[in-house]
Design a protein. Sequence first.
Length: 309
Amino acid sequence: MNEFRIPLGEWAESVVDFITDVFSGFFAVLRAIFAALYDAVDLVLASPPFWAVIIVAVALAFFVRGWKFALGSAVGFLLIVGVDQWENAMDTLALVLVASAIAIAISVPVGILAARSDTASKIIKPILDFMQTMPAFVYLIPALILFRVGVVPGIVATIIFAMAPGVRLTELGIRGVDKEVVEAGQAFGASPGRILRQIQLPLAMPSISAGINQVIMLSLSMVVIAGLVGAGGLGAQVVASLGRVDVGLGFEAGLAVVILAIFLDRLTASFGTRRARRPSRTERAADAASPAASSAPLPPAPASARASQ
């Protein structure tokens, strides 16, 4: 009994070796694309002086949530500057934005597919369960083999780890749209694509926005793990503080992560709230799906009503 062993690890290693040998060119191109995206975003965030970036962030915070959020954002970002973690924070923010954007670009269409097809939903859900429950450190092993040390393995591991909530909440939001509204659009001759664009997506937007928010939060939670593979930023500072048992450095870098997390969380949540408070846009989408409703003739009045006139 002790001699029996299922060689799952060997099988997984063989699959990774096969992928590495056959698709090495594809992963080299993918690595170059991810690295270029990260460098471009990092250049935009890190090149201007810190006060210019803070002004833009505070203005955005004031626009979406008011002066209290703007003031808190200004204090938080100035605190990051005060502990000399601004460049690391911008590196981390660039990684989070790139990974989140790619994860959202994948998860929303997959969630739409799962909502429109029960078969696809049954196939996708076990995959999402696997992605969410597998320890994030495990993703780094094949990512390191395929993309080498640097920021790209951290981006790839972050994408895989953060995708699941976006898919789940997109599917949940679309499936939660009132069937009578969809049937009304179908009755007026709207195509499935138009129903999706002008009825289902606007009505499901609060749930989709919540999924986007969760994708960004999970991406931020991966910055320390990304620091283990040479991604740099605040994650590298936390890893360095752990290696040196430097409480001060670890606290400063961790506090900078918390400030970024609070800012991005409130910002993305505010966009979802603003959309939810505008029912007129949803009504316009429903009206667009039923153009004949406004031009349809009124039913004739009953004979008794005409006689009384």
